[in-house]
Design a protein. Structure first.
Lengths: 156, 156, 156, 156, 156, 156
């Protein structure tokens, strides 16, 4: 059976920490779909289309990695793309509690999809999108926290 | 002295986890008042009246358990109904930190009311109202996370 | 039905934090049995008999509170004394994780006994027996962390 | 080299816990600047000017302690006032995870500024501005959680 | 490249929680080696040989799953068996902190081996070998926490 | 008043993480005494004398940093050397809970000494002496986790 994993998130923006999780786990799966969730409500930094475009640029040389956006429940998107794994990174104990609740509920709703976790590398532990977004909004230089060779200003 | 406990929360919606905490602790108290707090601000899934109606249906055969809504501080509601205990469930370490702060502040403001905690059963650990609300809003089937025999659509 | 709670622990020594939990919850139960668990292995500061004697002195004026020692599983001691509740205090998130595992396993082994938790008062949060034991062993003055009017040297 | 620390926060309101951190660390530094961050978005309880005025009243007899407001990134404010330290208090493990991410990112952006932490005294552990703000908004008496001799109603 | 994972642990005893992690992840790998670490020091409940025998019985019908014991560093055992993944289960935030440190150190020592994590199912969260060992040592019935159809008394 | 800080610990062995905390905080104090606590009980990897010798080598060019060993309570050692600060590093939320209890108890016993904390740099988060000791005992190469230019074999 083909191993299809989705890597769901808001990715506003996609950081060097996200990139690292995908690259470290690519050998585990046949396909990884970076899945940009569309949430109404809070004002995003980047449009969904910009996020998808930027992620596609990051992985433009990786045939196994694609990017798509989705609305609604993550389990419904898994059904739609025939994913059998969800991939997530965990940085801290606070992340862990949240990820556990989500993974256990998803497992109850769609038992055939397994959630698989990698722990972020130490140097990526403090990198989270909320902090990075705040730096960019205040005109700071966030390039060290973003994938290499990516010019975020092209996507804002 | 009569033992009156309130079980305060938003209950948007009231889940199978909430129900379990109330049922497991009913023998400790003479009366448990499920107290639906009214918070302005974020857009709720269910109206306060619907939440009270649903909770009343869940416990329609339990004379010791009633439901009411309240505005303002929980300690003021305790004074109003002569409660001497607050009952709360704790699922995770993240919950714990928040519950501890609230309980300790309440104790400072109203020392004669004691906060009593039960820990959720393992199978209810991931069930929290935020996740369940998200499932319902996206058209998913959340019935396994709600009290048995309750048709949530009647209350939306 | 009579409400009998055990308050199990090592109590080497019994601290002002333990005392507070018992006193704050005494109105909830008809009887509280402070249950000193006998563990082989690590070298204790106080003998089990000394711990029982000291706890009895602390509560000598409280008819509802007794003290006993026990060997073996806590659930077996509950069966022996017909307890229907276990009482525990929680100080920190680290405590919480441990207490949750124990309570959930006990619930699986003896479903009719419910574990009930109080959170320690803020000033007692740092008081744990390991640290207090270390102070006493090194000749420090630990009296502010022990029940009032108790002379620990009588029990060493 | 002069030791200049900023103590950044929202301080809506400034609590007895914040005051304690500043007073306990004043001997470590030549100057402490309590730095009120201006955030757009959520509706504050107190205006920024009121917060600065209240903090100035609290420390009116302390020459080493001043107060200022700032917009934008905390590292940029450090540069502006030549601060070489950031001072922060930590209450709980949940605080810790957040503080660690912020401190590590700030260190990456401005390596010459060191973040220094004190842990709150036990009695201040549950005091956080969100809870205190909620008490004040609901007409409760929060004076025991605010600096002594401060009449908050003057600043609302 | 063949995907070989080791699942290292003490497994004293191997529980229903361990079994679940292995079964849920078996489709991810070509081979899973349950690797029983030999630690001097604390007195075990079961001999290493008994642990291996019991685990072999649990997975006697699963060709992809084998069991072996090892001494020394886990990274050295990975080198010996050409493993490219380490598999671990995480139950709680307390587990998480420990697992993260181990995984990050292992990654530094042997970068080509990736640690992959599954989170335990809710009902297995409280099941840890220390508690189960304590039940067995005190003559309690731990069968509900052990793999089905396994008679632990054969292995003690 | 002279600012004298002790940096207490077991330091078995002293790691690159410990070194970083001392170097990052040296500008805050007039003197830092690295204080090697002597604990009976568990079998150490290095003798106390070796640990002191190694730490003295690490800081041989830093006049403000000295090293000493002590027995008994840390607060008693503070009194002996007239320290007015204790310096500690915190890596994780698990560390935090322990450090908080120790710091708050020390503050109760010796209020004039303040505990000051730095958070470890991200790359040092997983480095703890227990894991490093285990690597060395099993013949692994731990040099990347130890202070630069230190040959640990000289001290074993």
């Amino acid at each position: 059976m083909e191993k299809i994993a989705i890597f769901p998130g808001s990715f506003d923006p996609f950081t060097v920490g996200h990139e690292s999780i995908v690259r470290r786990s690519v050998s585990l799966f046949d396909t990884i779909i970076v899945a940009v969730g569309v949430h109404s409500g809070k004002q995003p930094l980047m449009s969904v289309a910009s996020r998808v475009a930027m992620i596609n640029e990051v992985f433009r040389n990786d045939e196994k990695i694609t990017c798509a956006s989705f609305e609604g429940l993550t389990v419904d998107f898994c059904r739609k793309v025939n994913a059998n794994y969800m991939l997530r990174g965990i940085r801290t104990a606070a992340d862990f509690e949240y990820e556990r609740a989500i993974a256990q509920i998803n497992k109850k709703m769609l038992p055939e999809v397994e959630s698989v976790f990698l722990l972020t590398n130490p140097e990526h532990t403090p990198v989270n999108s909320t902090i990075i977004r705040d730096i960019i909004r205040n005109g700071g230089d966030a390039s060290q926290f973003l994938p290499e060779h990516i010019d975020i200003t092209k996507y804002l």
